[in-house]
Design a protein. Structure first.
Length: 256
């Protein structure tokens, strides 16, 4: 979808949902841009951009990525990753920091018991190193969005929500603050600006729900990055829609 169509299509969605009314509109749409891995430069930049619009970023980090023996799973992570000093700073600034595996391993390709141990190890490390982190209230984002029903059941026995693969990235808005499985969608390895714009355009013109897009770094960092300028323009436009909330996953669950 061409970028020049963004304002036009979102304007159609605005009219369709009756935003000309003076009364407070119902929040029919929730958007979460879920950024993965923990790229230090990108995550600070994402936080800076979100703060321009008084928003909280959804940042998911690999627990062991800062340790000397960490081996990046692919070339996309062969740049500087942050540590828990960084994550505590960003959390203090109001952004959501959640676990994205112990070592970014595809848990569906290893024995179930080993995968269980890695999930538990990741959550325990977060509890020890991220200020105020509570496992039962946390959100676990599977590496590669790869999971099985058994792994999901195990993770949900410990955390509030999980993020993984799905047929559609538009989820129903939960009615109760209970454990939930969130489906998401991602795009890469090339720049994802146009893809993100198309996904959001379609969502804004839908009847609503909770759209979760799995992203990574900014500009040239990570698999399927988006550009800083695009993110700024995107949030500027989206912040004008009264029927839309832009929130991290944990914040959505708190607000129910």
């Amino acid at each position: 979808m061409k970028r020049r169509n963004f304002i036009k299509t979102t304007a159609i969605g605005t009219l369709a949902l009756g935003l000309g009314s003076c009364s407070q509109p119902e929040k029919t749409h929730i958007l979460t841009l879920s950024f993965d891995d923990g790229f230090k430069k990108s995550f600070y930049r994402i936080a800076d951009i979100y703060e321009q619009f008084d928003l909280k970023a959804c940042l998911n980090v690999v627990a062991s990525a800062h340790l000397p023996n960490y081996i990046p799973p692919d070339k996309w992570q062969s740049v500087k990753l942050g540590d828990f000093n960084d994550w505590n700073v960003l959390q203090k600034r109001g952004h959501e920091i959640m676990p994205h595996s112990w070592e970014h391993q595809n848990l569906t390709k290893i024995p179930f018991q080993q995968a269980q141990k890695l999930i538990t190890k990741c959550l325990n490390y977060f509890e020890e190193n991220l200020d105020g982190f509570e496992i039962p209230e946390s959100v676990y984002s599977f590496a590669f969005n790869a999971s099985t029903p058994e792994l999901e059941k195990f993770a949900l026995s410990k955390v509030k929500a999980i993020r993984t693969h799905g047929n559609s990235p538009i989820n129903p808005i939960p009615l109760t603050n209970s454990s939930i499985r969130l489906a998401c969608s991602s795009f890469g390895p090339e720049n994802a600006d146009i893809w993100v714009e198309g996904q959001i355009n379609n969502f804004l013109n839908s009847s609503g729900g909770w759209l979760v897009l799995n992203l990574h770094g900014l500009d040239n960092e990570g698999w399927g990055p988006i550009s800083s300028a695009f993110l700024i323009n995107l949030l500027k436009k989206l912040s004008q829609h009264d029927y839309l909330d832009i929130l991290p996953v944990g914040e959505v669950l708190k607000n129910i």
